[in-house]
Design a binder for this molecule. Structure first.
Ligand SMILES: *[C@@H]1O[C@H](CO)[C@@H](O)[C@H](O)[C@H]1NC(C)=O
Ligand SMILES: *[C@@H]1O[C@H](CO)[C@@H](O)[C@H](O)[C@H]1NC(C)=O
Ligand SMILES: *[C@@H]1O[C@H](CO)[C@@H](O)[C@H](O)[C@H]1NC(C)=O
Ligand SMILES: *[C@@H]1O[C@H](CO)[C@@H](O)[C@H](O)[C@H]1NC(C)=O
Ligand SMILES: *[C@@H]1O[C@H](CO)[C@@H](O)[C@H](O)[C@H]1NC(C)=O
Ligand SMILES: *[C@@H]1O[C@H](CO)[C@@H](O)[C@H](O)[C@H]1NC(C)=O
Length: 731
């Protein structure tokens, strides 16, 4: 244990006032002045033995040398930062990082002359989080770092027993503190967070000015979800062309909580095939204040997600041209032909900066040599009910330099409908969507497809999403997996090394939801307050398959909730309503805010669609105990706190029957709609359980000054360093 080191370090900053003072108020940027240099050197030379003296002089020389060779931004480690993210809205806190297979180095630049603190956690708070606090001493310019953790029971930070963070450098100027530090990805210390593939909540806090000697409560804090180990695609060497598909000055009325707007676009006229290699969001939303659109910094855009679909070929070009010139459609005004736009090309959701495809694949554009049509669907989530003028969309990057493979996106998961029910009061309720072996068998080539990356998509209560791969009766390793899902951050995940997927294999998208804070069941749907469970899979070579979903069959669904009969309609008729009105059979193309007879308030609350209205209209006849209740009322009144009940429902719906849908790019069926049992297979042991090698030894702290402030050691025994409350902005 390195308590000694911790104590020495802690003495330094807790009891700074007791250290000998130097007249010179040294700041790192002043350091090339020889006086400052000498005073610091001499201080260091007073302590330690001869060898240490030598090595410190060498260090001093190196540091000075480095400072001189980088003129203005004098203190640079020379590392190339692979990633850079603003942690706050103003850009006052910027985090850069770069990692190897085992270590990660961070650079934090923050507008403060007090301490800076960074935290890692799977939740958006500091309970049990891994925390690291760093600061630059105002008098001597020494940078210090302390490995801490958040207590499990209240919002305080405590020094770790083993220090696993190593300071690389640190300095401050008149306004900012800049620190660079590194650690192992897995420190094998239970007080540290293992930095892995999952989404990590990055917590940050800034101390008040002059807070170096102690750690008073922060003055500013926040959190941001990020995936730190996400690989970066290489930029193209040939300049890219771009095509902007944007909504044009659409006024979103304040009465509409959920709006699915669809607009048709004509592809750029190209004489030969090009490849789409990436896309970026173009968010342009202006709140309307006193009848005028205004540009407001930090105002949240209602754009929740956008999907660009390729439309099936149609001979009536004149009609499509007309649509492409209109401003767009929603709800019943949408022409039925738009339902043939089923092949997703680009899927953007909140929190994503866009995507660039791996360098061996591209999505074909303009290959037909003529005009083709695309449909952009924008989901506006306007729960705050503002009036907004919107011109958002997607910038599609494409290139004539064709890549090795034609890629395509495949949608899979749970068909979006009200039958995708998630009970309240559950901490880990699972649902699954199956892409059947019949579907993959009839649509995929002999030697299968190669999966490149996956975008996992669900809404606010989803905590885990995984994409499983079944071959015969064996489960293969997960294609993609997220164990700390945060709907605010949706970026697609590269499948390391790719994945070969054969015809006849099965895909299962599994979602786990945490609804402990909910009182009523959540139904599946497109509104942000409803749930989804989808994966968008990028693969090559392109096949005819565009969407592959499943849903609980209607009869089994109502049976599971104890309902045998409704007034007026038998179960087959109910199923037919679901099927014929497109609730079940459609891929996410059928995204629309249906204007029904419900009050504006209700519509605003629920974003009524995908069969929710039907659930409210069906009145139970049998059994007697539920008679005369609507199905929705029955669902709301079920005793959801009974674990036996919800376990049974989960098991029945998960392991029971699934109705599968297999949609091709031309909007025809790749395999007939089928009802099938959950496949029998041997589950793979969870990735978490796999042995990891933990022979790494903790980093020793480089405490630059060796002082023995013995009188203060007892103060440290409490070791509670800071009251650091991270304010969490709930969704
Ligand atoms: C201080 O450092 C920050 C971050 O590197 C930089 O943006 C700012 O311009 C610097 N200020 C001065 C006065 O050098
Ligand atoms: C959208 O409206 C703004 C003013 O409200 C106008 O300046 C702009 O030209 C319009 N854009 C288009 C494409 O019509
Ligand atoms: C797969 O499709 C082939 C025809 O292409 C058929 O002969 C075979 O029985 C199918 N296999 C399964 C498991 O459906
Ligand atoms: C259900 O409603 C019908 C007609 O409205 C009524 O005749 C019947 O008594 C009601 N049954 C129950 C159990 O409330
Ligand atoms: C799985 O096995 C059970 C019992 O062995 C059987 O009843 C069920 O039909 C099987 N399911 C499939 C999809 O083969
Ligand atoms: C610090 O000082 C103590 C005693 O004064 C000594 O035993 C120890 O080795 C020193 N540590 C360092 C890192 O110089």
């Amino acid at each position: 244990m390195h308590l000694q080191t911790v104590l020495i370090l802690s003495t330094l900053f807790l009891c700074d006032a007791k250290l000998p003072r130097f007249k010179q108020h040294t700041q790192p940027n002043d350091l090339p002045s020889t006086i400052a240099q000498n005073s610091q050197s001499s201080r260091i030379l007073q302590t330690g033995n001869k060898n240490e003296k030598t090595s410190r002089i060498v260090d001093q020389y190196r540091t000075r040398h480095r400072r001189e060779s980088y003129a203005s931004n004098s203190y640079e480690s020379g590392l190339i930062w692979a990633h850079a993210e603003r942690l706050d809205d103003n850009g006052d806190v910027i985090l850069r990082w770069v990692n190897t297979d085992s270590t990660i180095t961070f650079r934090l630049e923050a507008r403060t002359r007090g301490y800076v603190a960074l935290g890692f956690n799977s939740a958006r708070n500091m309970r049990g989080a891994d925390l690291v606090v760093a600061w630059v001493d105002d008098r001597y310019g020494n940078a210090q770092i302390l490995d801490c953790h958040g207590l499990a029971f209240d919002d305080r930070a405590v020094a770790d027993e083993v220090q696993n963070y190593e300071m690389v450098l640190g300095f401050q100027n008149d306004t900012h503190t800049i620190v660079e530090f590194r650690r192992q990805l897995d420190t094998c210390d239970r007080q540290d967070f293992v930095i892995g593939e999952d989404t990590t909540q990055i917590l940050w806090a800034l101390g008040p000015e002059g807070s170096d000697g102690e750690l008073p409560k922060h003055v500013e804090s926040g959190s941001r979800p990020l995936r730190l180990l996400q690989p970066l695609p290489k930029p193209d060497t040939i300049p890219l062309k771009h095509w902007d598909v944007k909504i044009n000055n659409l006024t979103i009325p304040h009465v509409m909580a959920t709006l699915f707007w669809c607009k048709v676009f004509k592809a750029p006229e190209l004489t030969k095939k090009h490849h789409i290699v990436g896309y970026q969001p173009l968010i342009d939303s202006r709140p309307i204040r006193n009848g005028k659109p205004v540009q407001e910094k930090n105002s949240l855009s209602p754009v929740h997600h956008m999907v660009l679909y390729e439309c099936a070929e149609d001979h009536d070009k004149r009609q499509w041209n007309e649509w492409s010139e209109s401003s767009g459609f929603f709800g019943p005004a949408r022409p039925g032909e738009l339902a043939t736009c089923v092949t997703p090309i680009a899927a953007w959701a909140m929190g994503s900066k866009g995507e660039f495809l791996p360098e061996n694949v591209g999505i074909p554009l303009g290959e037909k040599g003529g005009v083709s049509y695309y449909m952009l669907e924008v989901h506006y989530d306007n729960q705050a009910l503002h009036e907004v003028l919107d011109s958002s969309g997607i910038r599609i990057h494409y290139t004539p330099a064709l890549r090795a493979h034609d890629a395509a996106l495949l949608g899979a998961g749970v068909g979006v409908s009200a039958l995708h029910v998630i009970p309240p009061k559950q901490n880990a309720y699972r649902t699954v969507g199956i892409c059947s072996p019949e579907c993959t068998n009839s649509t995929m080539p002999e030697d299968g497809i190669n999966i490149v990356s996956v975008l996992l998509h669900a809404h606010g209560t989803a905590r885990k999403i995984s994409l499983k791969h079944i071959r015969g009766t064996e489960e293969l390793p997960r294609i993609s997996e997220e164990n700390a899902y945060d709907a605010r951050y949706q970026q697609s995940r590269i499948v390391p090394g790719g994945r070969k997927f054969f015809k006849g294999d099965t895909l299962i998208t599994e979602c786990t939801y945490d609804t402990t804070s909910r009182d009523k069941p959540i139904l599946g749907g497109y509104s942000a307050s409803q749930e989804m469970c989808l994966s968008f899979i990028l693969y090559y070579p392109r096949t005819e398959l565009a969407g592959c979903y499943s849903m609980t069959p209607v009869v089994e669904f109502f049976e599971t909730f104890g309902v045998q009969e409704f007034y007026g309609l038998n179960m087959m008729q109910v199923e037919n309503i679901f099927l014929s009105s497109g609730y079940l059979e459609n891929s996410p193309t059928e995204l629309e805010a249906i204007t029904r007879d419900h009050s504006a308030e209700e519509t605003a609350m629920q974003g009524d669609d995908q069969g929710v209205g039907l659930m409210k209209d069906l009145v139970i006849k049998e059994p007697l105990e539920f008679r005369n209740k609507t199905f929705m009322a029955h669902l709301n009144e079920m005793p959801w706190h009974e674990p036996l009940l919800t376990e049974q429902i989960e098991k029945t719906l998960y392991r029971g029957c699934h109705m599968t849908f297999c949609k091709k790019r031309d909007d025809s069926w790749g395999a007939p709609i089928q009802i099938q049992n959950y496949p029998n297979y041997t589950e793979i042991t969870s990735n978490d359980a796999s042995e990891k090698s933990c022979n790494y030894k903790s980093v020793r702290l480089h405490s630059k000054t060796n002082t023995t402030g013995s009188s203060t050691i007892n103060k440290l025994q409490s070791a509670i360093l800071a009251v650091w409350i991270v304010v969490i902005i709930a969704r």
